[in-house]
Design a protein around this ligand. Sequence first.
Ligand code: ZN
Ligand code: ZN
Ligand code: ZN
Length: 175
Amino acid sequence: MLTNAKLVHSPHDHRRCINAALARANDLCAAENHRLTPTRESVLRLLWQSHRPMGAYQLQDQLAKISGKSIAPPTIYRAIEFLLKVGLIHRIASLNAYIGCPFPTSDHSNLFMICNQCGSAAEVALNSINGLLESACEKANFTLQDQSLELFGLCPNCSSEQEQDFAEDGKQDHE
Ligand SMILES: [Zn+2]
Ligand SMILES: [Zn+2]
Ligand SMILES: [Zn+2]
């Protein structure tokens, strides 16, 4: 199983995530003869600003702030399309937002655990899930072309906060 769930949901030096993501992007583009243009790199960097998915409008807004000039939507969409195509980012369909991929050159399940409270999204790749889905599709004579699994719930941080809140509410009830 490949996942960045532990890292995403614990306090960590996030600069290392950003640096590692950019290093991976440079390696991947060099190996596959792609150009990581300044715009593509800026969009990738913005998507790695945190572990929360970001929509195209937000990207456009933030890129305009960084560059100090207005950015045309097609510029953003072209960069997003490229990053999606080479596997450096994913689209979270239900949020209509994008997130950086922590293991772009590995086998994928496209499974995301998204926190309803803080909005963080962790990615999981699990061969057993892929096998299950493949056999289900086979049995249904369904040709699988793309898969995306989006799980919504509470990350460890937010669920422990809720437990504390419940505990405190409980105490007040007894007072
Ligand atoms: Zn991080
Ligand atoms: Zn991924
Ligand atoms: Zn959370």
